[in-house]
Ligand binder design. Structure first.
Ligand SMILES: C[S@@+](CC[C@H](N)C(=O)[O-])C[C@H]1O[C@@H](n2cnc3c(N)ncnc32)[C@H](O)[C@@H]1O
Length: 316
């Protein structure tokens, strides 16, 4: 089978190169935390913007912010800045159009994204042929939040009266306590029941997705990093939220693609649930960390299982 060389493997390289090598109509799901296009770090800059001040470093950022690049220009926005969202959409369209033929009809695609850029990814996936099913809200217990006090900035400019007038006001956003996950599916020719029978995708496992005994809601709560979960990537996602989405839409033995694998969280989730994964990661350091992490995880799980077997033998 064409996919065999990629199965349960994280391949180092550009997904734009590798996705076309996958077999058509072969994937049961695509689950990916794609670059959000919000300048988190060099890998997240997906535009040709020439406004250098935008991507510089501000003193406020040094060591204190998750963001490695300046998110707003020093001296105002220029016309080229308006192309940033369009560039991001075009970038999403590149991989989404390659992805489309590789999924089975009826298969789900989950894309984590940023509240302020996800709409561009949604349009790109729609333009590539996918249909949007829902936008889930993944709630986080905490998040980076820094908003500069404008009174401090005004004091620094020697405007003490203005500083008093603006006491309590800040430059920034509200605490970002949820992230959107866009849920798409690949349209199908006949009925959804035919698709479930033929491709084993398209239905939702409501039992596996129950939260507190109730049907799965589209607000995901309580899915955070486990105690001791290894943290390697600045944009890493908890394995628990990835497992939840996989349990909802896939069955054991099915094949899941993550074209933006980062530190390997999707691979760990697939391994835990007996799903096959195919992963691509362009950054060789991240890919190495991901491979080491998955290898260590598999070894730890098999040690644990072997330990349990010995324990069971002893019980008998
Ligand atoms: C948001 S991060 C994924 C983090 C991951 N979910 C985790 O838990 O570690 C996105 C990743 O996509 C990678 N990436 C960016 N462009 C890529 C491309 N064209 N092909 C493959 N990987 C790419 C980046 O290097 C980055 O590690």
């Amino acid at each position: 089978m064409v996919n065999d060389r990629f199965l349960d493997t994280i391949t180092v390289g550009d997904c734009l190169h590798y996705i076309p090598l996958l077999q058509d109509d072969s994937l049961h799901c695509c689950l990916s935390d794609i670059p959000y296009g919000i300048n988190l770090d060099a890998w997240d800059v997906l535009h040709d913007n020439t406004n250098v001040a935008l991507l510089g470093q501000s003193p406020a950022q040094n060591g204190k912010s998750g963001f490695k690049r300046r998110g707003k220009p020093i001296r105002g926005w220029n016309a080229a800045d308006r192309d940033i969202p369009r560039d991001y959409q075009a970038w999403c369209g590149q991989w989404a159009s390659l992805l489309y033929p590789k999924l089975k009809d009826g298969a789900s695609v989950f894309i984590f994204g940023a509240r302020r850029t996800l709409h561009r990814a949604i349009v790109a996936l729609e333009d590539s042929g996918f249909l949007l099913k829902d936008i889930l809200a993944w709630e986080k217990p905490n998040a980076h939040h820094r908003a500069q006090r404008i009174s401090v900035v005004l004091d620094r400019r020697g405007l003490s009266e203005e500083a008093v007038r603006w006491e309590g006001w800040r430059l920034g956003n509200l605490a970002p306590l949820w992230e959107p996950i866009a849920w798409f599916f690949k349209p199908y020719a006949h009925t959804i029941t035919d698709v479930v029978l033929e491709n084993e995708v398209g239905a939702v496992n409501m039992t596996a997705g129950q939260i507190d005994g109730k049907s799965p809601p589209n607000i995901l709560k309580g899915l955070w990093f486990a105690d001791g979960e290894v943290r390697l990537h600045e944009a890493q996602k908890p394995v628990s939220v990835l497992e939840y989405l996989l349990r909802l839409t896939t069955r054991e033995g099915q094949v899941v693609l993550d074209p933006f694998m980062g530190s390997g969280s999707t691979a760990i989730a697939c391994h835990n649930l007996n799903r096959h994964y195919i992963g691509f990661e362009i950054n060789a350091d991240f890919a190495r960390q991901a491979i080491d992490r998955v290898t260590a995880h598999i070894a730890a799980v098999s040690d644990e299982e072997a330990g349990q077997q010995i324990h069971q033998h002893r019980l008998f």
